[in-house]
Design a protein around this ligand. Structure first.
Ligand code: BF8
Ligand code: SF4
Length: 636
């Protein structure tokens, strides 16, 4: 049996991209591939984190000859401040997304644009927060919980409510190191304050706050985003779909949803099914309306509706280059401004919808929770009416896609395990069967692979090659974000195909439970699902999170959000492996704090490893998992 036969290779994906770039040349389209060339080499000060421009006496750049900025700040202070600001950017972004979801929850009403789709989950959260649910109207409860969640962003006293989900030991560590996040906005705000000219320049203090700001995201804003999206739109369950550009349809109106906030895309998905728009599409000569996604918006709608995934971050220009995209509809985050001029080369409508992401050369249709239905209809109509403007000679959809089974929320994972063992203990099931197969060595452990693409890494290669390596070593994968889409495009989420090539243990588990070896847990805010997973697993196992044979990995990360995530994953006790340098190599002290034995590891039991060689990165993760097994006295 030829190894990994039937999977789509990165070479095949690159050939598809090359054909699309040729298509673009016909109309003078720019591309990120070209812009990378224009931007290379990058500024060495920026890459090392040693440039400071937070006051206008600078910019100050640290060299052996100029070891301090004008204010006297040394390289460790500058690198540390930059790192904290980077984190604050990510924490703010995830958390503000979470806030929008809380507002959407507040707008729910019977028969309204938004409804409560998972009342049981809402009641569970209400129970955790000490809210009486008995005899209460579900919408009254939704409004009460939404208000409480919104207050999490600015409450004057106390710590994040979500921390109560963590195991006792983790909470002790957080308390002792004083990193329990308080109000979500406060941690972001304090990070900005600390990094203002003339405040903190002590690396220990800056990295300490970076951990707390990360935690306010993962155990705060992102958790609000995930949990209340489930309440609003349904908690994901396993569902079959497809991934890669071949999901676009030549004879259909293609609407691409891109960004992160499901409040918009849910409405687009809903109204694209309106018979009046389907009729309108037919009147334009199309067979129907096809919705596909890019980036995390894609992950949100694929997890809940099986909407196909057109691609991940560095494929966003490709959807326009097909010449078959009637509209790219975006909300917030990870949207290339390049889509403006690019869409002008084709007939594509580039529709922005949020005051948070205003982009030149786009059509702005402001989306609002109160008028969501009307806004979505306007957008779908504009896209459908644009079908007639297609230039047939420019239409080229690569014939490349793969089957994928997605939808593995924590609830779904527990239910799947329960189905096999019938060990039904509480209403949500348990992770004991998972703990048992890992203890027995059938599975050696797990890697949570997450994050973006970055042209610094050959796109998708690190995700896919690392996954294959880990799977062969009986290490199961849980994935989110653009990593999940890389796996889906390759075929690693195909439950019939992918397990064949995995280690024997994974093969057995996949067959028994009926799952693919790579489990799609959702978008990047859904890394909060992974935090609850490890918290529950540690409780069911009877060990600390840091002892579990599990690590985190972001091999191709690029965004501030990814750094915020990395911080909360580490702060939760999970060693985290990065394939791209986080602009800290200019400071030995910051590097030690993040990656050494005497920094955050001393307080939080985990740290970062940065390794740009992907082969070595994989080896180190396997080694770490085996070491954790050994420390637990499990078989080698
Ligand atoms: O939040 S993985 S490129 S799409 S930042 Fe962006 Fe990175 Fe993709 Fe989702 Ni996450
Ligand atoms: Fe330079 Fe200090 Fe101003 Fe930074 S804060 S730009 S190091 S003077």
């Amino acid at each position: 049996m030829k190894e990994w036969e039937g999977l789509t290779t990165v070479e095949e994906m690159e050939a598809a991209t090359a054909a699309l770039l040729e298509n673009g040349k016909k109309v003078g389209a720019d591309s990120w591939q070209q812009r990378v060339k224009n931007q290379t080499p990058h500024c060495g000060f920026g890459e090392a984190g040693t440039c400071c421009r937070i006051c206008s006496m600078g910019p100050c750049r640290i060299t052996p000859k100029a070891p301090r900025g004008i204010c006297g700040c040394d390289v460790h202070g500058i690198v540390g401040r930059n790192y904290l600001r980077f984190t604050a950017g990510g924490a703010a972004t995830h958390s503000d997304h979470g806030r929008t979801i809380c507002h959407t929850l507040y707008e729910t009403r019977e028969g309204g644009n938004y409804q409560v789709k998972d009342p049981e989950k809402l009641k569970r959260i209400a129970g955790e927060w000490g809210v009486e649910t008995e005899g209460k109207d579900i919408y009254d409860l939704a409004h009460e919980v939404a208000l409480m969640a919104l207050e999490e962003y600015g409450k004057p006293f106390g710590i994040s409510r979500w921390l109560s989900r963590a195991p006792e030991h983790t909470r002790e560590l957080w308390k002792n190191y004083d990193v329990e996040p308080r109000a979500i906005d406060r941690e972001v705000s304090q990070s900005m304050h600390m990094t203002h000219m003339g405040c903190s320049s002590m690396p220990e203090a800056l990295i300490h706050q970076a951990m707390r700001a990360g935690l306010c995201d993962g155990w705060g804003g992102s958790m609000c985003g995930t949990e209340f999206s489930d309440v609003l739109f349904g908690t994901p369950k396993p569902i079959d779909t497809e991934a890669n550009l071949g999901v676009m349809k030549e004879d259909h109106v293609n609407i691409i949803v891109h960004g992160h906030d499901p409040s918009l895309s849910e409405m687009i998905v809903l109204h694209a099914q309106d018979p009046e728009f389907i009729e309108l599409a037919k009147a334009q000569g199309a067979k129907g309306i096809n919705i596909a996604g890019v980036c995390c918006t894609s992950n949100e709608v694929t997890m809940r509706h099986g909407i196909p995934m057109a691609g991940n971050f560095l494929q966003q220009e490709n959807v326009v280059l097909t010449g078959a995209c009637e509209a790219v509809v975006v909300d917030v985050q990870c949207i290339f401004p390049a889509l403006g001029p690019l869409s002008k080369c084709f007939h594509t409508k580039f529709i922005t919808t949020s005051e948070i992401a205003r982009i030149p050369d786009s059509e702005f249709i402001q989306f609002n929770e109160k008028t969501a239905g009307e806004n979505a209809k306007q957008i779908v109509k504009a896209a459908v009416e644009n079908f007639k403007n297609r230039k047939p000679e420019l239409v080229h959809i690569p014939n490349i896609k793969h089957k994928a089974r997605v939808g593995y929320s924590l609830e779904a994972i527990k239910t799947e395990l329960d189905g096999v063992t019938n060990s039904h203990v509480d209403e949500l099931g348990t992770l004991k069967p998972l703990a048992d197969v890992v203890k027995a060595g059938v599975l050696r452990g797990a890697v949570a692979m997450v994050g973006c693409n970055n042209p610094k890494v050959r796109p998708d290669t690190a995700h896919i090659e690392l996954m294959k390596k880990l799977l062969k070593n009986d290490i199961i994968l849980i994935v989110t974000g653009c990593s999940a889409q890389a796996a889906a495009k390759a075929g690693l989420m195909d439950p019939e195909l992918a397990p064949k090539y995995c280690g024997e243990g994974i093969q057995r588990v996949c067959k028994l439970v009926g799952i693919p070896p790579v489990l799609h847990m959702g978008s990047c805010v859904d890394i909060s699902r992974m935090m609850v997973l490890v918290a529950d697993l540690a409780k069911d196992w009877g060990c600390n999170i840091s002892q579990l044979p599990a690590v985190g990995c972001a091999p191709e990360w690029m965004s501030e959000k990814a750094v915020s995530i990395g911080n909360y994953v580490v702060a939760t006790g999970i060693d985290t492996y990065l394939g791209v340098d986080p602009y800290t190599k200019g400071s030995s002290e910051v590097t030690e704090l993040l990656q050494g034995e005497n920094g955050v590891k001393k307080h939080l039991e985990a740290n970062f490893t940065v390794e740009l060689d992907i082969e070595k990165l994989g080896d180190r993760m396997i080694e770490a998992i085996e070491q954790k097994r050994k420390a637990l006295g499990l078989n080698s």
